[in-house]
Each structure stands twice: as C-alpha cells, then as structure tokens.
Write a protein that binds this ligand. Sequence first.
Ligand code: FO1
Length: 335
Amino acid sequence: MRITTLAGGVGGARFLRGLLHHVRRSTDLQGTRLTVIGNTGDDITLFGLRVCPDIDTLLYTLGGGVHEGQGWGRADETHEVAGELAQLGATPSWFTLGDRDFATHIYRSQLLGQGMPLSAVITLLSRRWGLDAQGVSLLPMTDTPVETHVVVADTAGGAEGGRRAIHFQEWWVRHQARLPAERFVVAGLDRATPAPGVLDAIRTADLLLLPPSNPVVSIGIILGVPGVRDAMRGTTAPVVGVSPLVAGRPVRGYADACLAAIGVESTSSGVAGLYADFLDGWLVDEADPMPSGIRGRAPQVAHRPLLMSSVDAAADIAGAAVELGVALRARDRSV
Ligand code: FO1
C-alpha cells in the first residue's frame, strides 16, 4: 500500500512512528511505502544556519534519535556550543540548540550554501537516519524558502493599534503563543512550488493520512503551497484525518491559540471544517461529542482514544485510521 501524509512536528512525528510500528506488526500491510510531506513554514535562520524544526523532528523521531521527553531535538544532548554563544552575547537565547543538533544545521547549511535544493539535503539526512530502510520517503513541502510569521499587537512600540510581525518560532517558543495572534503570514508561500515528488505522492497514494499535527501552522501551511490543496481535492484515494484535539484541547502545543487566530472553534468539528473539501474519514477522541455541522462533505467519523501515550497507543490510533481508509476504499469500489 502507498500511504502519503502531510505532517508537522511532534504530534505528526509520534503518529507516524506509531504508523510504522502498526505496519511492521500487520501482515496485510507488508511492503507498505510511506511518503511524508513535511512542513517547512517553521524554518528559521539562526547564527547563520538554516534550522528546519518540523523536518528535523520527523527525522529524529522516525530515526530513533529524538529527545523523547521534549519530542524535539536529540537524545543524549549536550549544550556546550549554546553555552559559549551565550557567553559571547550571541542572540537569540530563547531557542535551545544542542551540540548534536548543531551538526544537522551546519551540514544542511553547508549543502544549501553550495546550491543543493532542500529536498536533496533531506534525502541525505534521511539516509543518515535510516528512513529508506523503513520504506519512508521524507519530502519538504517545497524547496522554496518560506517562513511563517505571526502578526501581534505592538504594545512595546506604544503606537496606538500598532502591530508587528514576529517569526513563528519566537511566538511559539519565546512567548509560548501567549501573545494574541491577529493572523499568520507565510513569507514566500505564494511563490512556492511543491517540491519534487510532492504532487505525485498525493496523486498516486492508495491512502492519504492527516496526522494530529497543528491544522493551522503545520498542515494548513502545507495545504497553502500552490497546487497541494487542488491535488488533495482531486485524489480518488480516501483522505483520513486524526483530530489534534481531545475534548477541545490540544494534547500538546498551542493549536487552540492558532485556531482562535483564524476564527475557528477549538473543536474536532472546527478542525474537520478546515479539511472539509477533501476529508473522507475523521478520527475523534472517544470523549468528544459526535462532530456536528462540519461544513462541506461530511466525513465518516470513528471514535477512538486519541492519546498517544506510548508507541503502541500511537500504533493503535494509526491502525484505526488505516482501517477507516481501507473501509472507505471498499465502499467507494462498491458504489
Ligand atoms: N521548542 C521549544 O519549546 N523550545 C525550544 O527551545 C525549541 C528548540 C528547538 C530546536 C530545534 C528543533 O528542531 C525544535 C525546537 N523546538 C523547541 C520545537 C519547535 O519549536 C516546535 O517543535 C515546532 O517548530 C512547532 O511544531
């Protein structure tokens, strides 16, 4: 089976680790190939180095090197370089980069600086993390540099009604999304083209999965790359999503603050409404009420416990999403 997913950071990576675990334990899924289209809107240049947080979280998590407690960054990490940068007065100091993590950014920046497209760099990084051997292809959503910025009130500036745009990472990490976001602006997105293989992976998939990633600043950004949303609408393969909210709250991160910024209610129905023009199946937590009033085509809904408390739990959730997708394919074939 060919599965294609659009994925962001920690939630997406943990879900996909569960999916691979489920594939390994399922005889009928042997030979499954997974293509992950990763969000690059979170990317930031720090100390002259290009950092790709969602891509690196996917690499480290699927490659077995992630710091499990954080969900991002490397396990067994040290911070000598960051400590020395602080001594030097280098800024910013609010984004923690470990020594092993620095190697990824140095190598990626070296290759990008030599003119290598991001997708080719990620192919090399994927090899280091053994993704090929697991049947996984990791693609950036685009090779075009893009960056999500957040428009917030400029209280510091004192100008009445003043606004300023800050990088998504500053809003997310330094301010923990506590500054009310007026809107998200993704620099470069309107000129971006899908990276090589992205549209083909959507069009040739037997099943498309939307992990419980942030629907606004992760999956929403990937869908904003010109051509991607049309490709999702045009697939005959079923699209099955997993709600990132449990009882209206994100399990981690600040998806509720992101939804509020775009005027969408922080419920599973509200999130499903963002995918309504192509969603066929929707997994919601067993504690959630039956979604109601999802705009557009109503997806088939399945209730499951959605807390990814272990790799096995994530595998069960991923298995339920695959099961729903297979059932939808059988139904489509029968009509
Ligand atoms: N998240 C934090 O909350 N604090 C950090 O200092 C931090 C550093 C960091 C470094 C590398 C990396 O790949 C991710 C990092 N993250 C950090 C997570 C990151 O901000 C988020 O995972 C995504 O960008 C949001 O999906």
